[in-house]
Write a protein that binds this ligand. Structure first.
Ligand SMILES: Cc1cc2nc3c(=O)[nH]c(=O)nc-3n(C[C@H](O)[C@H](O)[C@H](O)COP(=O)(O)OP(=O)(O)OC[C@H]3O[C@@H](n4cnc5c(N)ncnc54)[C@H](O)[C@@H]3O)c2cc1C
Length: 581
């Protein structure tokens, strides 16, 4: 009897999810391998948007992606557990809820803040490295405004309304940008003068955003922060001490009750206690295949300390997390299949930093971008990632929550588009359009379209074009349709009747509506120059049906969930294969 090969992925962050997706793609048809993704939370959290939650632009649920939804019906078994230790000799992970054997292990437990031993930092600062952190920051900022609006002592009020971000890296700058936008609203709500509020970034290095290498980008970021958002930037200013009501820099003391510390990260503390060889910031040393000192144990994402051929350490970024994860997953598959492993050749395409909801700076493949263009690039990259994780659904949710908060322009458009139409109100429209196509098809049969006569275009007259139809369309019809008209006129009749029936019964409504849209578009072209209202109404009506018109009193209500469940059949293992829990 063969023993099932067990692959365990620890951590469902950017690296863990990417590794799981890659393994599913490569091994979904292999019943001799079992893949488990162990996560301490049921969600994959989009850390790169945490500052938007902290700054009240989006809701906490907007950055949580259900692992169950992503991996339902795939090769990947999601296990919710917090792993406490790993026995590398016995190849067992020990968690709060159980123990898990592995033949191959991928460790991707991410990072946590480091405080560099600065007195009071751990006790009195807020951090931004988890959803809980983001929610805490949001609640704290609001509570400061509430308290300040009732405070009579000017010194205490000043400390309440001074918000400091420690660290001018991309996390710190994204945080202060978000805060600056939210503060405008908070000032109005709590009747606070904006001039009474101080927003400060404190950075130990001579400049902020050292990740941006392209000349001029940092200057643009500084200009936007200081001139548009009214943020003070203090560089060359290491924080020496942190107290509940003030912080001490080298040359000054700032009265504040809010320090958001983004100044440093290291690998998750869990990693430190594993006993694996570590390097800077407690990251696990890995070779070119992302293997640790144990051949069957891989470290990925922020957990891995990877040095490329040029001697550069791979930074703790999403792109690096995804590339290390793909390498680890592919090398495990190669090992299983007795193939040669491939080394990681990292290719980082750049860094994008948003400063609030309306501005960003970016260095993408050496091309500097700023303002609206950089912002759109960031959105495109975010959407591309979401598309890879779980397709259009996540992309649409992203568009809805990211753009609907923007004032004017695209925000108004998205808010309008996000309004849900009750499927019930579309039933009548669906049936009328269905009847229209059905009767049209029946009339055509009665008119002899099923015979051998040329009905589409005979002599000078044609139902395909009229006097006003653009010439390019007429040529198109003459080239592709007219030569096959006897065959195509039958196809048209069958299509009209078929689409009509599908709409009447509400079956595959979206596809049927796309079909009636296409046919209406050709009717519009044929009637061009004359009255086109009838086909235009059909086109617009069909478009409205795309919004789920078959789900109320239609067969889609029953058929689509059934089809969906078929496509997500759980993986079953052959009987001759066993596995231990
Ligand atoms: C506010 C913020 C903004 C950022 N912005 C950007 C950006 O714009 N661009 C960019 O490239 N990078 C950005 N980053 C960095 C980026 O988020 C990280 O590099 C990336 O998350 C690393 O992915 P990972 O999979 O290694 O770890 P993570 O995404 O942190 O995932 C680790 C997972 O492991 C789980 N886990 C941890 N311990 C255990 C355990 N013992 N048992 C079970 N599960 C466990 C955690 O719950 C988590 O799900 C940002 C980070 C933050 C915090």
């Amino acid at each position: 009897m063969n023993k099932l090969k067990e692959i365990v992925i620890l951590g469902a962050g950017y690296a863990g999810v990417t590794a799981a997706k890659t393994l599913h793609k490569k091994l979904c048809k292999d019943p001799t391998v079992r893949v488990r993704l162990i996560s301490q939370s049921p969600f994959h959290v989009l850390l790169t948007q945490l500052h938007e939650v902290a700054g009240n632009r989006i809701r906490p649920s907007d950055v949580q992606i259900s692992l169950k939804d992503v991996f339902e019906g795939t090769k990947i078994e999601v296990v919710e557990d917090q792993i406490k230790s790993i026995d590398f000799e016995k190849q067992i992970l020990k968690g709060s809820n159980g123990q898990y054997n592995y033949d191959y292990l991928i460790i991707g437990t991410g990072s946590e803040p480091t405080y560099y031993g600065i007195p009071g930092m751990k006790e009195h600062s807020l951090t931004l490295w988890s959803l809980e952190d983001a929610k805490k920051i949001k609640a704290h900022i609001r509570s400061m405004f509430i308290a300040a609006s009732q405070e009579v002592d000017p010194k205490k009020r000043e400390a309440m309304l001074t918000f400091v971000v420690g660290g001018g890296g991309f996390t710190g700058i994204e945080m202060i940008g978000e805060l600056a936008e939210w503060v405008r609203d908070l000032c109005q709500i709590y009747n606070v003068d904006r001039d009474d509020v101080r927003l400060i970034v404190v950075e130990a290095l001579p400049n902020i955003l050292p990740v941006l290498k392209k000349k001029g980008l940092v200057d643009r970021a500084i200009e936007y922060l200081t001139n548009t958002l009214n943020v003070e930037i203090k560089t060359n200013s290491p924080i020496c001490e942190v107290h509940p009501e003030h912080i001490v820099l080298e040359n000054e003391t700032i009265p504040t009750r809010t320090l958001i510390w983004t100044g440093g990260v290291k690998a998750n503390n869990f990693v430190k206690n594993l006993g694996l060889p570590l390097n800077k910031r407690d990251r696990i040393e890995v070779n070119e295949y992302c293997q640790t000192c144990y051949e069957n144990v891989y470290a990925v994402g922020d957990n891995s300390f990877f040095i490329d051929e040029k001697g550069m350490v791979l930074p703790a970024l999403v792109e690096a997390a995804m590339q290390t994860a793909k390498t680890a997953a592919k090398n495990i598959v190669a090992d299983l299949k007795g193939q040669e492993k491939k080394p990681l050749k990292p290719k980082l395409h750049g860094v994008m930093v948003s400063i609030g909801g309306n501005y960003a700076v970016a260095d993408i493949m050496g091309i500097p971008m700023w303002g609206f263009v950089a912002m759109m690039m960031k959105h495109l990259v975010d959407m591309h990632y979401l598309w890879e994780v779980n397709g259009f659904k996540l992309v649409w949710e992203y568009i809805a929550h990211e753009f609907s908060e923007i004032k004017g322009g695209i925000g108004v458009l998205v808010r309008h588009m996000s309004k849900k139409i009750n499927a019930f109100w579309l039933i009548l429209l669906r049936i009328i359009i269905g009847l229209r196509f059905l009767t049209e098809g029946i009339h055509k049969i009665q008119d002899g379209w099923f015979g051998e006569w040329e009905k589409l275009a005979s002599g000078a007259s044609s139902v395909l074009w009229g006097e006003g139809t653009p010439q390019w369309y007429v040529s198109l019809m003459k080239t592709f349709v007219v030569p096959h008209q006897i065959f195509l006129q039958k196809v048209i009749v069958i299509t009209e009747i078929g689409l009509g029936l599908l709409l009447i019964f509400g079956l595959f409504t979206v596809l049927a509506a796309l079909g009636t849209m296409a046919m209406s578009a050709s009717f519009i072209m044929a009637a061009w120059g004359g009255p086109i209202w009838d086909p235009l109404m059909l086109f617009v009506g069909s478009f409205a049906l795309l919004g789920g018109a078959g789900r109320a009193f239609g067969l889609d209500y029953y058929v689509l969930p059934w089809l969906f469940s078929l496509s997500k059949k759980p993986v079953s293992y052959p009987k001759h294969i066993t596995f231990e829990q």
